[in-house]
Design a protein around this ligand. Sequence first.
Ligand SMILES: Nc1ncnc2c1ncn2[C@@H]1O[C@H](COP(=O)(O)OP(=O)(O)OP(=O)(O)O)[C@@H](O)[C@H]1O
Ligand SMILES: [Mg+2]
Length: 439
Amino acid sequence: MHLVFESAICHEHVGPEREWHEDEKAFAMAMANLVSLALERAARRKAEQERESLASQLLQSQKLEAIGRLAGGVAHDFNNMLTVILGNAEYVLGTFDADDDRHESMVQLMRAGQRSADLTRQLLAFARRQAVEPRVLDINDSISHTLKMLGRLLGEDIRLVWKPGADAGKVLIDPAQIDQMLANLTINARDAIRGIGTIVLETGSATLDKDSLPNEDDLVAGCYTVISVSDTGCGMDAATQQRIFEPFFTTKAQGEGTGLGLATVYGIVSQNNGYIKVYSEPGHGAIFKIYLPTQADGTPQASAPSGESTTLRGSETVLLVEDERSLMELAQRMLERLGYTVLPASSADEALVLATSYDGRIDLLLTDVIMPEMNGRDVWIKVAEKRPGIRCLFMSGYTAEVIAHQGVLEEGVHFLQKPFTLKGLAAKVREALGDSETA
Ligand SMILES: Nc1ncnc2c1ncn2[C@@H]1O[C@H](COP(=O)(O)OP(=O)(O)OP(=O)(O)O)[C@@H](O)[C@H]1O
Ligand SMILES: [Mg+2]
């Protein structure tokens, strides 16, 4: 380094023919040393900064992991209870006439239960412990089905403009996650507008390379489908933008926001190998852009769920395994109402005994996933040894690790999210028994 620098000074400024004085040489050497020292110091500082940034990233991810585990644990028990509350409410509701006062009370009760279920779902999504069923979706199709729901969320003062881009492609994602992201983003936009304003929902495509998105060090180059949500609201400053994806960060008054909306969106986007960016200035609205990897043309698209026309009743025999007593009773009652014969087992051992001793045919194993002595997947394996070909439907309020690989269900594995309703249970049982094309 010294030599190169020295000779560069000599040749460029003085020319080779002139004689060098000793003090000039000494000066040049001193300068070269100084510069090299400064460069070394800068390199050391950069390394230190990188180390600090890595350490803080690690801390942040450990913090998220801990919150995630807590959220997941709470959601598990909470979802069990909610299933009992919602299931019984639904049952009682059916016994009242629509003009009975008690009918309205039950509807209110169910609405509150449903809202609590949504909140747990948010927590699970944020903790990335939600079992997802990704499908190849045409993004424009999928969003246009969500518009009505979004319109209801936004109210009359807000104009929602939908601009489907002709170049927007297909993406691989759970359709419920699209709804969840759009609901969170548009509700935030509505809150930022505080009155009359416009939200524009737009799709398109973009080719990203390593330099396209600053701060995304591991960006995977390729073709992405872009969903953007922009609003004419109050916007936000740089300091707020820095923190918006942090869980529990909110600028809203106490009781108005939990600060989980954008953390959830962020969780969903990363789970689907995408990116999210925000552009905003105070007083000039905000625009959020989500980039999801575009699926190649020709990828088969998921067929629409077969819906109402499917027969949701059946007469098959179901081996039901659930360690939570009230939930077991509820599920049994629901299944019997749908016409099934139910063999109840409150533990894995009991289920294995029944699988061996029961005389008739058993068509379906409906089992909880997390149980004290054996998890649902192992119960399935053991039962299937005695009853080869038996169909299986897992149910849980907290899933991912045991039956799903990184939160994604394998094909042919059927999963019922707790809390569930009679209708939800009925549809999933038929799907697991092989009726639905989406099975
Ligand atoms: N479109 C927007 N315009 C201006 N600020 C926004 C916008 N979206 C989000 N923010 C800011 O980001 C913060 C975090 O948003 P986030 O959705 O995570 O939580 P929240 O809306 O405050 O609460 P929650 O969604 O849990 O009810 C908001 O409090 C707000 O300050
Ligand atoms: Mg929000």
